[in-house]
Ligand binder design. Structure first.
Ligand code: NDP
Length: 280
């Protein structure tokens, strides 16, 4: 079965629309997301445009701040600090990557955990590791939502995650562990990657290498989640060789149209949750 991330994301957006309407009724304002875009990286422009469009569609107020590529660390930090102070701003998102003169860590650290709607802060990652409630990174959170809405129960299953980045692999491992899966995390130094993958009931590929995961690495009936976003001959494709893998998997996400649409939907959901938590 092909998991239709686009359809699930559309459903979540519709749910968010009523959630933001309820918020407005109660507090007389919309949840608000501030986006900081530094420089003119074309991919970042597209991501920011899509995030703002998502806000508009779901009744979230978006505030977009553009800073020139040559902006100083102090100026960028001053903007983030101003957004931190502003009562009506519920979530702050600094679009990555940043120009070389900007210390990304320092800038991101200025965002307090309650406004960190990307879920990248040490405090939010710490909460996730401890199994406490906090804001979780959008892509892994979206994958959990896909799994849940497909009625796949991770409990007792063997989950293998390929990739250990702070924004996908590691939080994914923690979410699946918190959902009672037995988790293996693979990376570039893993020996016998194929063997590890073949043990997976749930296989998550988050590497960034087209076609790395082939059908012979997949257990019959496994759930295969492809996070990868690669360009091959001008076309977008994932880390999994979809055609062959689909013949062995019970569930599989396509690229495009699988995990990707869920990421923005979960960002919008994180903004709503942050706004509700702040107003409490
Ligand atoms: P990173 O580059 O930060 O991490 C890649 C990970 O893959 C690293 O842990 C690396 O290992 C591991 N790796 C690299 N080569 C191999 C290999 N041959 N075998 C096993 N593991 C390997 O990437 P991200 O986590 O940021 O993103 C991963 C992919 O997901 C990218 O294609 C990205 O575009 C996509 N993505 C998609 C999103 C979406 O919304 N759909 C959102 C975010 C990312 P090591 O740590 O040892 O270097």
């Amino acid at each position: 079965m092909i998991i239709d991330g686009k359809a699930v994301a559309a459903q979540i957006r519709a749910e968010l629309k009523s959630r933001t309407a309820r918020f407005f009724e109660k507090y007389g304002r919309a949840p608000a997301l501030a986006v900081v875009l530094i420089g003119n990286d074309p991919a970042s422009e597209v991501y920011v445009r899509n995030k703002i469009k998502g806000c508009e569609e779901t009744g979230i107020r978006s505030l977009c701040y553009r800073l020139p590529a040559a902006v100083s660390q102090e100026e960028a930090l001053a903007l983030v600090n101003d957004l931190v102070r502003r009562e009506e701003v519920d979530g702050i998102l600094v679009q990555l990557p940043l120009p070389v003169q900007i210390d990304a860590e320092k800038l991101l650290r200025a965002i307090p955990p309650e406004k960190d709607v990307d879920g990248f802060s040490a405090e939010n990652i710490g909460k996730l590791a401890r199994g406490e409630e906090g804001i979780v990174a959008c892509t892994p959170l979206g994958i959990m939502e896909l799994i849940k809405r497909c009625h796949i129960d991770p409990r007792g299953k063997h989950a293998v995650i390929v990739g250990r980045s702070n924004i996908v692999g590691k939080p994914m491992a923690m979410l699946l562990l918190n959902a009672d899966a037995t988790v293996t995390v693979c990376h570039s130094k893993t020996k016998a990657l194929a063997e590890e993958c073949r043990r997976a009931d749930i296989l998550v590929a988050a590497v960034g290498k087209a076609g790395l995961i082939t059908a012979d690495m997949i257990k019959e009936g496994a759930v295969v989640i492809d996070v990868g976003m690669n360009r091959k001959e001008g076309r977008l494709c994932g880390d999994v060789d979809f055609e062959s893998a689909a013949k062995k998997a019970s569930y599989i996400t396509p690229v495009p149209g699988g995990v990707g649409p869920m990421t923005i939907a979960m960002l919008l959901s994180n903004v709503c949750a942050a706004a509700e938590a702040r107003m409490k």
